[in-house]
Design a protein around this ligand. Structure first.
Ligand SMILES: Nc1ncnc2c1ncn2[C@@H]1O[C@H](COP(=O)(O)OP(=O)(O)O)[C@@H](O)[C@H]1O
Ligand SMILES: [Mg+2]
Length: 288
């Protein structure tokens, strides 16, 4: 099972003086169970790419398949199949909290499942479950206005609204952007839990090489609308030329470990996470 992009090209405002080719012949596969990060310069096509994964944008050329089904069906039967396929893919936009609008948290999260035609009891069940998944107590928060919450909490409500539709794939465009350090950490921990415990397949766009190194098992690098690389974070962060050309940096801990290594300490210069760096330093300094 997977989401597959086959030779996808996308053009904003075609046949106008503002025409802009935002994706060029992009092919990639998101396997179920994976945790994929997407990185690249601003304007490299990351948001345009992720909006293709659930059919929000329709490619000018190429195809998008969810579990083998085209999400842009032509005839009536194909359109119904395509709709079901798209329901498997939940999309959390950048600054998702700006799309909250209901007077209570419960009503806001209920909006999606209600539109799926589910009955009241099932909708309530979905709302409870989704709030639990993002770490908001149903009883304590259901009647509160989403606008009374902190930025990080509002974003959790927005994510819960997507989870309430029980997607198999969860796509998040810069989920931690604009949050304070604590809010970022909590949100990324929640996303990790959704992957580990609830087995959601995750795709997230990020500018944080630390988050990517900590969480992702695969990293897609976009450059000028093209897919420049797709490999494990370890492979990408070891490729200095690729990093330089695409404007990415190694995670901070890796930069430190490399400097220590160059200064003559026999540490693990490929350590990608603080935990891995610490383990290596303990070994070198014989600290238990
Ligand atoms: N709604 C839009 N109309 C016209 N051009 C757009 C629009 N959205 C994005 N673009 C252009 O498409 C390219 C890719 O943008 P985007 O996918 O938002 O990149 P990223 O998310 O990597 O910053 C950029 O050149 C951007 O200016
Ligand atoms: Mg973007």
């Amino acid at each position: 099972m997977s989401i597959e992009l086959k030779n996808v090209t996308y053009v904003y405002m075609p046949n106008t003086p503002y025409e802009r080719i935002a994706l060029k012949d992009v092919s990639l596969t998101i396997e179920t169970g994976s945790f994929t990060a997407i990185a690249g310069h601003t304007g490299s096509g990351k948001s345009t790419l992720v909006q293709h994964l659930n059919g929000l944008l329709v490619p000018a050329a190429g195809q998008v398949l969810v579990d083998g089904v085209s999400i842009h069906g032509q005839d009536k039967a194909a359109k119904i199949k395509a709709w079901h396929a798209r329901q498997q893919v939940g999309m959390v936009f950048q600054y998702a909290e700006t799309q909250l609008f209901e007077e209570s948290i419960e009503k806001d999260i209920a909006f999606g499942p209600q539109n799926q035609g589910l009955d009241e009891a099932e909708v309530r069940e979905r709302v409870k479950e989704a709030m639990d998944l993002v770490g908001l107590s149903y009883n304590a928060y259901k009647d509160i206005s989403p606008f009374a919450l902190s930025g990080g909490q509002m974003r959790r409500v927005a994510i819960a609204g997507v989870l309430a539709m029980r997607p198999k794939y969860l796509i998040l465009d810069e989920p931690a952007a604009g949050l304070d350090p604590r809010g970022r950490e909590e949100l990324m921990a929640t996303i990790q839990k959704l992957h580990k415990k609830w087995k959601l397949t995750i795709v997230f766009v990020s500018h944080s090489m630390e988050d990517i190194a900590q969480l992702a098992d695969r990293l897609i690098v976009m450059q000028g609308g093209e897919l420049r690389a797709a490999a494990s974070p370890a492979e990408i962060f070891a490729d200095n030329q690729l990093l330089q050309e695409t404007g990415l940096e190694q995670p901070q801990i890796m930069q430190i470990m490399q400097r220590l290594y160059r200064a003559g300490l026999p540490v693990d210069a490929q350590a990608l996470t603080p935990a891995a760096g610490l383990t290596s330093l303990r070994e070198v300094f014989h600290v238990k």
